[in-house]
Design a protein around this ligand. Structure first.
Ligand SMILES: Cc1cc2nc3c(=O)[nH]c(=O)nc-3n(C[C@H](O)[C@H](O)[C@H](O)COP(=O)(O)OP(=O)(O)OC[C@H]3O[C@@H](n4cnc5c(N)ncnc54)[C@H](O)[C@@H]3O)c2cc1C
Length: 428
């Protein structure tokens, strides 16, 4: 099996344009202090340029309203735009909007697409995905306790959610709630669209986090649903299909994070190399100290592995579909999060106090990298999933290690050796 991740010259030219655009237009914005409305206004011309280049919302195929580049090309693009935390919003791929647009594109009705998906894709709306609950369901969503009950032609939603990213500014939320309490654990939940201004929806706060997401209003919201009434038509897909849709949403969504992490790690790595060549300590450049060389070599090896694993998972999705790539996606989700963390950590270390300061983007990248080991499923859950997939129906290749009693095997090996020796002597 061969994997070829090279692309045609026209596409390479687009990647080149993206690199220059990120460097000249997006990186300089990183130190900006502004409110959400001001920021969104300021980036509109940049988003316009991206649209003109046909690089907007590249995560969806054309029939669903996107550009249709496929996952491998998406990986190459996300790697570039992910190098800055402002890249995704300028390119129309910001989580959770990107994952939510996939849900609506794949499972929404025509009316839902018209009302919610199209404005979302045009960048005129923001959205949130509201699944995690503070007291019950996180890693294990079968523990969901929020409910929706059909009352006439309306759903009545009650529950307590948190870490709904974008929740405070969302024009709509996709709430994952129990609608079939008596069904099996994976058939109990459904996804329902909730307008951001629905009566009874109490947006309590942006939870203060080590990520400091509160900048620009974007953040992770704690939300109470108190008798929130929405039309029955706001159900996405079928009743009890919440898990099925969540799998479809989170699969590609997870790998999109991994793609962006490649760019973050690469940027931290470049800063690590640059600083080690500039700065001196104890009579020589930092780059000449063996420990720093080890950091550079380890980072290069880990990043290369993460990149190949990410693009390979993307290739499996492109060629066999997201369901066939479950193991590959879980592998890179926990491996990529560690690589991201470790490379940024080394880059901070080589910069010393400068690395710890907010004059460089590294400390912010580091704080966000810590969350990567939790969102979209913590490391441990992905490891369990990988191990289960490997071990289910596992059959060792024949002859890897004969199971007979070892002394008996030693005796057999001695006899074989003696007969080979005899043959060799007779030959001589
Ligand atoms: C930055 C950020 C953004 C987020 N955005 C959203 C969002 O938009 N919408 C949303 O609904 N949620 C969101 N989340 C929540 C996220 O999905 C949950 O944090 C995650 O699913 C873990 O759930 P939990 O925090 O409740 O941890 P818990 O379920 O309480 O788990 C705690 C820990 O237990 C351990 N653990 C769990 N299962 C196993 C296992 N099988 N084996 C061994 N150890 C295990 C893990 O170490 C885990 O970290 C976000 C979280 C963060 C940090």
């Amino acid at each position: 099996m061969t994997w070829d991740f090279s692309t045609e010259p026209e596409f390479e030219a687009k990647l080149e344009w993206m690199r220059a655009f990120m460097r000249d237009e997006v990186y300089p914005l990183e130190v900006l202090e502004a409110d959400e409305a001001g920021f969104m206004r300021a980036i509109r011309p940049l988003q316009q340029e991206v649209k003109q280049q046909k690089l907007w919302a590249t995560h969806l195929p054309p029939e669903l309203g996107g550009q249709g580049y496929g996952q491998v090309k998406l990986g190459l693009m996300h790697e570039i735009e992910g190098a800055s935390m402002w890249g995704p919003i300028i390119f129309g791929n910001q989580a959770p909007d990107s994952g939510n647009s996939e849900v609506l594109a794949h499972f929404g009705t025509e009316a839902q697409k018209k009302r919610w998906l199209h404005p979302l894709l045009e960048g005129k709306m923001r959205s949130a995905f509201s699944m995690t609950e503070p007291n019950t369901a996180g890693s294990d969503p079968t523990l969901l306790s929020s409910t929706a009950v059909l009352d006439g032609d309306e759903w009545v939603i009650n529950g307590h959610k948190w870490f709904s990213s974008n929740g405070m500014i969302a024009d709509f939320l996709i709430a994952m709630v129990v609608t079939e309490p008596d069904a099996g654990p994976y058939q109990r939940a459904s996804m329902i669209l909730v307008p951001g201004d629905a009566p009874g929806l109490k947006k309590l706060r942006n939870i203060p986090t080590m990520g400091g997401h509160e900048r620009f209003g974007y953040g992770h919201a704690e939300i109470l649903y108190e008798n929130v009434r929405v039309p029955a038509d706001n159900l996405i897909g079928k009743r009890g299909h919440g898990f099925l849709i969540a799998q479809a949403r989170l699969g590609p969504g997870r790998i999109h994070h991994c793609m962006r992490w490649l760019g973050q790690a690469r940027r931290a790595f470049d800063m690590l190399c640059e600083r080690s060549l500039q700065r001196e300590a104890f009579g020589k450049k930092l780059a000449s100290h063996e420990t720093v060389q080890n950091w550079i070599a380890d980072s290069a090896a880990e990043m290369e592995a993460a990149r190949l694993m990410t693009l390979h998972a993307a290739w499996v999705i492109d060629t066999a579909g997201a369901a066939a790539a479950r193991k590959e996606i879980s592998l890179i989700k926990f491996f990529g999060a560690k690589v991201l963390h470790d490379v940024i950590d080394r880059a901070i270390q080589v910069h010393g106090s400068l690395g710890y300061s907010s004059d460089l983007p590294l400390e912010e990248m580091y704080r966000h990298a810590r969350a990567a080991r939790m969102y979209d499923g913590p490391d441990e859950v992905h490891r369990v999933s990988v191990a289960r997939q490997i071990l289910t129906g596992y059959q060792a290749p024949p002859g890897i290690w004969p199971r007979e009693h070892v002394p008996t095997r030693r005796e057999a090996a001695r006899r074989k050796f003696a007969s080979l020796l005899e043959a060799a002597v007779a030959d001589a």
